[in-house]
Write a new protein. Sequence first.
Length: 317
Amino acid sequence: MPNIQNPSPPADGYRGRFAPSPTGPLHAGSLVAALGSWLDARKNHGKWLLRMEDLDAPRCIPGADQEILRQLLACGLTWDEEPSWQSKHQERYKQALEHLNELQIIYPCTCSRQGIASALEARGVITPRNQEMIYPGTCRPHQIGTYDELETPSTEVAWRLALPPGLSMHFEDLALGKQTQDLNQEVGDFVLRRRDGIFTYQLAVVVDDAEQGITHIVRGADLLDNTARQIYLQRVLEYETPSYLHLPLVLDGYGEKLSKQTLASAIHTENAQQALQELRKAARHLGLRDLPYGKDASIAEWLLAATQAWDRKIISS
C-alpha cells in the first residue's frame, strides 16, 4: 500500500477543510458550513483547505466549481493550499479498495435499490422518505475471501464493506457531545464503490482527509449520521481520526434541509455589500452576535471580528 496507508501527522497542527459538491453555486446552507469551518480554522491558527467533491459526475454542473471559488473569494474566505478535485484522485481510492480486499472484508453486491426495499418490506421494515435503507445482507457470503479482480465487466456490482457483528461506534462531537451509532442495526454493510463504478462519498472522504492530513472536520449536521462509518473505515485503514464538529442546518419553509435538490437559491456575492450581508446571515445562524454592522465595515474587518467571537460552545446552545 502506498503512503496513504499510514499518513504522517501534519507538521503544522490544525488542518481543516471545506468540501462542497459542485452541483450548483453556494447557497445559504453551504455558506454556513464554509464560514463555520473557516472561522474554526482561523480561531485555532490553523490551515483551511478547499476540496471539490466531484466524483458523482452526472450530478455536477459544468462551471459550478469555478463559481464556488468565486463566491468564496468574494466573501473573503481564502484557502491556504491549492484546491483539489476528487475526480483526480481515482487511483488512491482504488488502492484503498484493493487494500480492503486484501483484508478480506469487502464483497460484491448485485442488489438494486428496489431489491433492497423489497427485502426489507418482507421483514416488515419500511424505510421513511429521505432516510437511508439498512442493508439486509442479501449478497453477503458466509465466508469472505480475497477477490482476484475487483473489476467485473460482465456484471455490474457494487462493493460493500462487511461489518463485524455488534459494531457500536462512539465518538465525541465538539459541539453536540457524545454520539453513538450501532452500525449493524442502523446502517448495515455499506457501499464503497457503486454499481456504475463511482467510488462513494464514504470511501473518498476518508481517503482524502487522511491524504491531506485533516485534523478537524467542521461540517453540516446532515453528515452526522455518516461519521460513525467513516471513523470505522479510518480504523480499518489505520488512519488517524480527526476531531468532528457538526453545525446546525439551514432549513427551508417546510422544515427541510436547504439544498440544491430543494432548489435553494444561490447566495448573492456580486458586490462586497451583498457578500457581507450573506456572511452576516450565516453568522447569525451560527449564533454569532454583536458583530460590526455598519455599512462602512469591510469584509476583512468583519471576518476578523467574527474570528475573535467564534466559540464552539455557542453552536449547541
